[in-house]
Design a protein. Structure first.
Lengths: 206, 298
């Protein structure tokens, strides 16, 4: 019994964190999120992976840390949730439940907060480069981020889809990478999780 | 006792001054707000209206950015307005009525990081239970109606219009006259009626829903064949066929001609063979001009 109690506490902690994110209005049909929700979350997670080499592995650790194992029990589930992004090559046509989407939001925000300093540095550098009219590729760290994002994106997304054709162009994909970096900045804030959660149900993935 | 709350971020500092209603309590009554932003010579000073306007406008603006990747203008005519001027540059305008010493509106351009710092300062204040307990963030995801009512009405309207046009077009086409097959007509042909004035009116040829077995029907068929064959002597010049109803003894109860009238019906023995009774089975009887007689199930 003594060994059981910490895990139960953790599980309730995770459940409490999930409850902080309110249900959308009007209620969703069958409590399933539209595919754009999975898409937005997956693309933001892709940006985190491009920022941090260890991002993909860290996600699993963070799931444990946040006591979300009840929602995302293992690596396979995490992969399945990410493959619910309709633009993926391996799109599995699943719809996320509200709690699965909430768990991904919490993981994403946790990872983004870890990277706050890096994100701010990169954005400041980008602003300065932009002011002087210099291309982003002149900043090694920014260039590295953009390059890795492009690689990840092209490897996993289905570029044959008409909507994604424009991302065969490097510049368009760099713009997307920078937009996602700005969005990640807002995820690092005090109310980042609530803000991201409330934004998921409007607008398109890309 | 005056309380001061300070939210300091790299590009924005928000200072709230006020007092608590009870000792040791939260900052409940706001006296003054000061907001320092880069590009401002003097901080923006104002009351709770300024704080409210700033925090709600910035919050809404950021939500549109997170949702649509591109921010959209928020409250362009309101006391606190925010609109995008260039990618990742945002113009903040504050009406002088919200400012303590302001005679001219404040207008300044913020980068996204500066905007984030302003938002973060407000968010920290809202999440702080010791500062203005009523000043809180209420963000509920709203699912937009993907299609407007007018857009929904369009397909339905087109459908109705097409339906009515089709109805009008189809109404112009004359309705075809329905002619029941000759075999199903119940009327007796006139020649046989005149030839046998004693004939009783034809009972309606209700199909004999016979509960008879196959052997019974075969037996009746043989009897009918024998009866007609022995009675039929006179030759005919054309084939004639009849639907013949028989009773349980195989005697003819009723018959209906299936051929066009030939005027030779009186040469056939059916009228002589007719007996009153309840029909139990239907047979097809064909008189061939060669003299052959065919009897089969109807």
């Amino acid at each position: 019994m003594m060994t059981q109690s910490p895990t139960t506490d953790q599980a309730t902690e995770g459940a409490l964190a999930l409850q902080l994110l309110p249900d959308p209005e009007p209620p969703l049909a069958q409590g399933l999120c539209p595919p754009t929700v999975a898409g937005k979350l997956d693309v933001l997670l892709l940006a985190i992976e491009a920022l941090d080499f260890t991002g993909a592995e860290l996600m699993l650790l963070v799931v444990k840390e946040l006591a979300l194992l009840g929602v995302i029990p293992n690596r396979v589930t995490l992969w399945q949730l990410r493959a619910a992004n309709p633009w993926r090559r391996a799109y599995n046509r699943r719809l996320l439940t509200l709690n699965q989407a909430r768990a991904l939001v919490l993981v994403l925000v946790y990872l983004a907060k870890r990277l706050t300093i890096l994100i701010r540095q990169l954005l400041l550098a980008a602003e300065q480069l932009q002011q002087h009219g210099v291309d982003l590729s002149h900043h090694p760290r920014l260039d590295d981020y953009c390059q890795r994002f492009r690689t990840h994106f092209r490897k996993r997304m289905n570029l044959r889809r008409e909507r994604l054709q424009i991302y065969r162009d490097d510049d368009r994909l760099n713009l997307l990478a920078m937009d996602l970096l700005h969005q990640l900045l807002f995820c690092t804030g005090t109310c980042g999780a609530q803000r991201l959660w409330a934004s998921l149900f409007c607008g398109d993935v890309l | 006792m005056t309380l001061v709350r300070e939210y300091r971020l790299p590009h924005c500092t928000l200072i709230l001054e006020g007092f608590a209603t009870q000792a040791g309590g939260a900052l409940a009554v706001l006296i003054q707000v000061e907001c320092y932003l880069p590009g401002l010579e003097q901080p923006m000073r104002g009351g709770s209206a300024l704080l409210e306007g700033l925090s709600s406008t910035v919050s809404e603006y950021v939500q549109t950015f997170l949702s649509y990747r591109e921010p959209r203008p928020v409250h362009p005519a309101g006391p606190v307005a925010l609109e995008p001027v260039a990618p990742h540059h945002h113009r903040l305008r504050v009406h002088p009525e919200l400012l303590q010493d302001g005679r001219e509106p404040v207008q300044l351009d913020l980068t996204t990081i500066q905007l984030f710092d302003l938002l973060e300062a407000c968010d920290q204040g809202m999440s702080d239970p010791q500062t203005l307990p009523n000043w809180q963030l209420h963000l509920v995801p709203h699912i937009p109606r993907t299609v407007k009512l007018s857009q929904q009405a369009l397909p339905a309207g087109v459908g109705l219009a097409t339906l009515s046009a089709a109805a009008v077009a189809l109404a112009l086409i004359p309705a075809p006259k329905i002619e029941p097959p000759r075999e199903l007509r119940e009327t007796r042909t006139t020649p046989s009626a005149t030839a046998s004035p004693t004939a009783t009116p034809t009972p309606s040829p209700t199909p004999a829903a016979s509960p008879l077995s196959t052997t019974d029907i075969n037996r009746l068929l043989i009897r009918l064949h024998e009866a007609i064959d022995t009675a039929w002597k006179e030759p005919i010049s054309q084939d004639m066929s009849f639907r013949v109803q028989v009773n349980a003894q195989g005697q003819v109860v009723n018959f209906i001609p299936l051929h066009s009238p030939t005027g030779e019906e009186q040469r056939l023995p059916l009228e002589q063979l007719r007996q009153p009774g309840q029909p139990v089975a239907d047979f097809l009887v064909v008189f061939r001009r060669s003299g052959a007689l065919e009897v089969g199930p109807y």
